[in-house]
Design a protein around this ligand. Sequence first.
Ligand SMILES: NC(=O)c1ccc[n+]([C@@H]2O[C@H](COP(=O)([O-])OP(=O)(O)OC[C@H]3O[C@@H](n4cnc5c(N)ncnc54)[C@H](OP(=O)(O)O)[C@@H]3O)[C@@H](O)[C@H]2O)c1
Length: 343
Amino acid sequence: MILATEMDSFALIIHPLKPKQDVARKYPLWARIVPTPLIHFLSRFWPPLYLSHVTGVRSEATGKEVEGWLLACPFTARRMVQVPPQIAYEKIVRAGRMAQSLGAGILGLLAFTSVIGDGGVTIAQRLGVPVTTGRSLTVAVAVEAVEEAARGRGIRLGSSVAAVVGATGNIGSACAELIAPTVAELVLVSRRESRLAGVVARVREAGARLVRSSTRIEDICGTDVVLSATSAAKPVIGPEHLKRGAVVCDVASPSDVSPRVAPERDDVLVIRGGVVDVPGEPDFGFDFGLPPGQAYACMAETMVLALEGRYRSYSLGKQVRVEQVREIAQLARKHGFTLSAIG
Ligand SMILES: NC(=O)c1ccc[n+]([C@@H]2O[C@H](COP(=O)([O-])OP(=O)(O)OC[C@H]3O[C@@H](n4cnc5c(N)ncnc54)[C@H](OP(=O)(O)O)[C@@H]3O)[C@@H](O)[C@H]2O)c1
């Protein structure tokens, strides 16, 4: 375990999203022999883990370097949503205390560690280190990715129909609000009808021209662009749901897009939303599934705050604020974080 130096620093809590594949990154033999249902079950009892020391994250604007740590909260996504939030909080807080004792200046909660419960509020209250879920930068990067991918495919957003799946969620609703004034028509999809009305009002206020809401995933069939950010533990978008030539930006972890889409629909473009290139020569010391030098935008938000020396909790709670999205996007640009190549 490498303790903090004098540098500004951050810690990130990750957890397994694809049980077999992700557990194999730490325990290759164990992951080979233990069946997936047993991994889900046992994950509840596994204690938090120190994974690695992160080095080489350097601001292009100031030359300042920060260090960090990757910590694991070994709960699979499916298991984390099955257990009562208090059980999940307990393990996340224990991982957070590891971050504190390492000397981290700010803590990022990734993937489902930020989805369960109240979006990090309780966890932040129980820790002596500021916390962020990284959602503000995730929203900014996802919207930028959609715009760039649509441009690359010759889709004019201004005359296109766009869908946001998981539209009532923290990320989905903020993305919908930002996309609303740029498209001809917006289709908002989530499971619970009761929560859709509020988002419809929010996007109308933001300048949406035509808005439809739906609880059926089939209703994305006629849309040119799809941004998906559900908290479903399994994929919700299949090859049968997509219009010919559509662009899909998948922000969810685990992924919302079925693995059947790639082999069956070579006419559609599916991109991982929310992935950025990190400035400097970042070495994460652990393979969390992205190419070297890349990180999820929520990880990047935590790094940006450390580069700024801004040690206050940032994106917390159930609503992402558009002003914060704009602020963190501007800070990320300043320090040299850029949208990863789309392909
Ligand atoms: N790439 C990154 O940097 C990054 C950062 C943070 C989070 N994330 C990921 O982004 C996703 C969303 O996070 P969040 O914080 O916005 O979650 P959230 O607030 O819980 O919202 C989830 C949304 O998904 C909907 N939903 C859940 N299950 C669904 C299903 N089976 N079909 C359709 N809609 C469904 C929910 O509404 P209903 O329950 O009414 O359906 C809600 O609208 C998660 O996968 C998270 O891991 C990515």
